[in-house]
Design a protein around this ligand. Structure first.
Ligand code: ARG
Ligand code: ZN
Length: 875
């Protein structure tokens, strides 16, 4: 049943050219395909018959070189149609019918609002026509679209429009040709009543590219930020990596009906509207940054993904890890590097590490899958980006660039593997990176355990590092990883020291890069006193758990003074975690050490020299989900109580400081996208957020005033969230006002839904059905499902994990119902049950019961794989 990485074989047949004609109709679209096929000389199956994949197609005709292929001359095996006796070079024709309006899975060709759209990655093309739907078959596509001029005035596909014109009966057509051979997963069409804005970009070598961003007509005035983002991304890729755009046109289409974030189809990106539409009245500053990052991500795929693509889906991280790394670097270069890094590490710890520790744990390059859609994961994407970042850390910026240059020189136009990428990185730098390859095979988060001692005889501080991997069959016999560990030290006055690594090839420096490539290693440093305070894994130099026995006082010092922003933030988090876990174990109250955290926060709040955006990151606590990951056995109520108590303690002890910051940063200046203004809003709203935990409830007056006066969504939504999550008397009125103001705005209503679904209160389990009955909710719309059900199941632990099981029961029912409509989105929700074995017995049993109930019904492969993995006995 599962597909295995080691079973890869090159395709037996290649398709040099495909000519498709789609006669568009919402209910029945006819697809005519002419495929110019030939045997692959490099195949190891020189006699294999031609096999084409197809799912849900109503086949009207199959012809080879013009001759009908009868039912006797073709057979069906799983998703494949196997055609006997095709000449070694031939023209294969098929005619099929598909039903876009009945396609609720949003994969293949589907109706979205008044458009028809495609989503083909990874295996959606087979829902459109018969084809060897695998990424190592690269084809030149010519696509003719025909349809009603009034229903589909705009007809788009990949590449250049080479012809268009009128047809009888109010119909028209357009022919698109993409000169670059590409895998079928990059195929796209978009047709419908689209409005658009246009601009141009002149590439470094002087070519003019026409840029067009399309949306439904009513959101035309929200496309400007996306356009600016696209142009910034195009410029940045030229400057940082010497990569230029390669066609004369670039289209982006925004839709409200999309399973994921966005898709990098060649020259015709299709996007979830939430990553395109933005104006300051409806989108927060964080939304603006997300739009810019996703626009950039999809643009960057043109080289890392499209020009050089993946040989098979096990290699997904080859394009995704690399492209996430590139979009992270883009955001870092344009905005604040330390803030971006802290946010990415936060996300990795919150989303990827639990996955790494759960039943679906897999290497960044998985070894097996049942449903490949389930492997578009935080591990493949975000841990994959960390793996790419480690190359840069090890080879330096220039070395990384040399490696990437060689990668494109060798593989432009090819479908390749992670091993090819590693080889290019190593060869370009004259380095044997053989051991680094283990990062692609290891499962789970590695641990690096650090210890220090002072060798008084030598006057050297000795740092020992020891690495280990979690127990997992795939990790057996793997051997040690190659782990870059950046370290520094502070003196007794918290000033950075400049040690010298004994035997190292660099002079004194504030941060030293150690490369741990054995089980255990000792490093000796000169220029340090016995009391030097270590700052380890600076900039989060590797995706590992770093353990060291810091005292709470030492963590407080690092939290106040580490010049490495990531470690400064991390030390504060560690300090909070230690206090919180003490609190979780007690029946009530917090340990006295809480005062240490309060003084660290006080210092941050009163440091005028600190970048407000960085200060906002430093004033954060681990989420309840993160704390749950660290518990032996999870009691969600105890975690919630401890974290709430800590928030209240901090708010009560720092009311004056928080208020001072809030007042200082509050302003009636009109909204502006200026970086300093974004940082100001961010810190101000963090201050409001923590104030809303105070015992003194006067903050709600400020929040209500901010809600009413705000001229932008950042401030308005921050105030709404504080009122709703803080259970203020003013909350209901604000929610009602918000719903009225934005009733017709799907994206803003997602926020309205999410803020209610995530209110930390067990009673939200009773609110869930009401939210789902709201006229603006639809189980067919993935954004709505994510806002309401995703918010409830993934971001509201006290409600989802309600002791009576009401949260579990409802979410399991929704998964079963949704699985029939949209398996991909249903499977994402099923992950909420993955960690059931870690909960206290009452909850564990209830979660297991729901999983078993799901397993007893009829499930898609998507949900089936997640549920089966969760129920598999722990090794
Ligand atoms: N390649 C897209 C991106 O990362 C994601 C597409 C995911 N699609 C899916 N059906 N899983 O930019
Ligand atoms: Zn991507």
């Amino acid at each position: 049943k599962p597909t295995l990485r080691r079973d890869y074989h090159p395709p037996a047949w290649l398709i040099d050219q495909a000519e498709l004609t789609l006669k568009l109709d919402r209910d029945t679209t006819r697809v005519h395909a002419r495929l110019f096929v030939r045997r692959n000389p490099d195949s190891d199956a020189s006699r294999a018959p031609l096999a084409l994949a197809g799912v849900g197609l109503t086949t009207r005709a199959v012809r080879v070189n013009g001759n009908p292929v009868t039912h006797g001359q073709r057979r069906h095996e799983g998703e494949e149609m196997i055609i006997g006796s095709v000449p070694d070079q031939a023209e294969v024709e098929t005619e099929v019918e598909i039903a876009p309006s009945a396609n609720t899975a949003l994969e293949g060709l589907y109706a979205a609002g008044n458009m028809l759209l495609t989503q083909c990655e990874p295996e959606g093309f087979r829902k459109i026509t018969w084809f060897p739907d695998r990424p190592d078959v690269m084809t030149r596509f010519r696509v003719r679209l025909e349809g009603s001029r009034s229903e589909f005035p705009v007809l788009l596909s990949n590449g250049n429009c080479i012809e268009q014109g009128e047809l009888d009966g109010g119909e028209h057509y357009a022919v698109w040709e993409d000169p670059f051979p590409k895998p079928s997963y990059l195929f796209a069409i978009a047709a419908g009543r689209l409005a658009s804005i246009s601009d141009t970009f002149i590439t470094a070598s002087g070519r003019t590219v026409a840029l067009q961003i399309h949306s439904e007509p009513d959101s035309l005035d929200r496309l400007a930020h996306a356009m600016g983002s696209l142009k910034r991304a195009m410029r940045w890729d030229e400057e940082r990596f010497g990569l230029e755009y390669d066609l004369d046109v670039y289209h982006i289409v925004a839709t409200h009906d999309f399973n994921m974030g966005a898709m990098e189809n060649k020259s015709l990106n299709i996007f979830n509207a939430r990553y395109v539409l933005a104006d300051h009245e409806t989108a927060t500053d964080a939304d603006f940054e997300a739009v810019e990052a996703v626009i950039a991500h999809e643009y960057f795929h043109n080289w890392t993904g499209n020009r050089v693509t993946c040989r098979d889906w096990f290699q997904l991280t080859l394009k995704e890890g690399l492209t996430v790394f590139r979009d992270q670097e883009f955001t870092s270069d344009l905005h604040s590097r330390p803030v971006k890094r802290i946010q990415d590490v936060t996300d990795l710890i919150a989303r990827q590490m639990p996955e790494d520790a759960g039943p679906m744990a897999h290497p960044v390059r998985p070894e097996r899958y049942v449903e490949i859609n389930n492997f578009y994961t935080a591990t493949v994407y975000e841990k994959g980006a960390e793996v790419v970042r480690m190359y840069q850390t090890l080879l330096g910026h220039d070395g990384f660039r040399r490696g990437l240059d060689l990668y494109f020189q060798r593989h432009d136009g090819q479908a390749v593997t992670c091993d090819d990428f590693l080889a290019a990185m190593g060869d370009a730098n004259g380095r044997d990176l053989g051991r680094f390859e283990r990062w692609y095979r290891q499962v789970g988060t590695p641990t690096v355990r650090a210890a220090t001692r002072f060798d008084a005889d030598q006057g050297e501080l000795v740092l020992s590092l020891e690495q280990s991997l979690p127990e997992h069959p795939d990790n057996a016999d793997l051997g040690p990883l190659l782990i870059p560990v950046a370290v520094g030290f502070l003196d007794a006055d918290n000033r950075p020291l400049q040690p010298v690594l004994v035997g190292g090839d660099t002079g004194p420096s504030e941060t030293v890069l150690l490369v741990l490539d054995r089980e255990r290693e000792e490093y000796r440093f000169r220029g340090l006193q016995a009391d030097a305070l270590p700052s380890l894994l600076r900039d989060f130099s590797a995706p590992v758990h770093l353990e060291y026995d810091w005292s709470l006082e030492q963590l407080a010092r690092l939290a106040g003074f580490d010049p490495d922003a990531v470690n400064r933030w991390r030390a504060g988090r560690r300090l909070a975690e230690r206090i919180l876990h003490e609190g979780i174990k007690r029946p009530a109250g917090l340990p006295d050490t809480v005062a240490l955290l309060a003084s660290a926060w006080r210092a941050t709040l009163s440091d005028p020299a600190l970048d407000p955006a960085l200060a906002a990151e430093l004033l954060s606590l681990p989420s309840e989900a993160e704390l749950a990951e660290q518990c032996e056995q999870v009691d969600p109520e105890a975690i919630h109580r401890a974290r709430t108590d800590l928030a209240t303690y901090l708010a009560d002890h720092l009311t004056a400081e928080l208020n001072a910051v809030f007042q200082r940063l509050d302003s009636d200046r009109a909204w502006s996208a200026d970086a300093a203004e974004i940082a100001r809003r961010r810190l101000k709203n963090i201050a409001l957020h923590w104030l809303s935990a105070a015992s003194d409830r006067t903050w709600s007056v400020q929040a209500e005033a901010q809600y009413r006066r705000a001229d932008n969504m950042t401030d308005r939504f921050a105030a709404l969230r504080a009122l709703v999550h803080g259970n203020a008397d003013e909350a209901d009125a604000a929610l009602a006002d918000f719903a009225e103001r934005f009733a017709d705005d799907a994206l803003v209503m997602d926020k309205w839904f999410a803020v209610q679904a995530t209110r930390p209160d067990p009673a939200v389990a009773e609110v869930l059905p009401k939210l789902m009955e709201h006229p603006a909710f639809s189980l067919r719309n993935p954004n709505k499902v994510r806002a309401v059900v995703g918010g409830f199941a993934m971001a509201n632990p006290v409600a989802f994990h309600r002791a009576d099981g009401a949260g579990y029961r409802q979410v399991a029912d929704i998964i079963a119902q949704l699985d029939v409509i949209n398996p991909q989105v249903a499977a994402r929700l099923a992950a909420a049950f993955a960690r059931w074995q870690r909960y206290e017995p009452g909850r564990a049993e209830r979660m297991q019961g729901e999983l078993e109930r799901l397993a007893g019904g009829r499930l898609s492969p998507d949900v089936g794989e997640i549920v089966a993995a969760a129920l598999r006995p722990a090794k």
